[in-house]
Design a protein around this ligand. Sequence first.
Ligand code: URA
Length: 269
Amino acid sequence: MMYHLDLDEKKTKGARFALLPGDPFRSVLIAETIAQTCGTAKPDRPLAHKREFCTYLTEIQGVKVLVTSTGIGGPSTSIAVDELAQLGVHTFLRVGTTGAIQDALSIGDVVITSGSVRLDGASPQYAPIEYPAVAHHEVLLALVDAAKVLTPALGCRYHVGITCSTDTFYQGQERADSFSRYTPRKFQGMTEEWRRLHVLNYEMESATLLTVCHAFGLRGGCVTGVVNNRATDAGGVRITPESLRVGQDHAVRVGIKAMELLVQADRSV
Ligand code: URA
């Protein structure tokens, strides 16, 4: 029995694929969307829900797919990936939300992370900091194919590129409205620096996920929906219920479609 996830192989029934939201309440939303879009039965209860880790067992084209929330940030993400890997999962796809830092990105747009700036604290405990946090090419290609098909109908665009992945939402993303109203010197001007280096967005789990997956020889990828734009929001938290709904929905739909393509591709080998 995995200590944190509260799962064992009897419960996961040989599942090898996992979708990974951050938010435990997003696990049920993804499980319901899979049931709707893939015409499968809606799971009536989670397999397990301990701390921030809420898991549903779903099915895509007859293949078992887990939906497990990672919680926010590197430490809990590393636990989710490590324990799922111990249970035999080989393909991990994060589905989350993000703050854009480039003008060209709009609310509801989808960001497909090709690689991440490792500003987390967990991934250096799995591989030295020189080791890149990059998406597995098969997961990346599935996400791009899924986004090409879906984004015209969703009314948004998709962007592929580098994500800055931090372990803090306020200081590490240079927000002006943290309690202290002070950004430590190391982070002052950082957002402009990332922008000039063509980094697309901020989020908080991809660096850990992608590093740990590659270090384990497993497949990892990340898709997020834009819920605010730091290039236009004057440095504070400007996430509205509507921007959250749209960003979340678009990332979930692209993530599920990409998972469908990965399941299909594995079947045809
Ligand atoms: N998630 C983040 O980490 N940052 C944002 O700005 C929005 C979502």
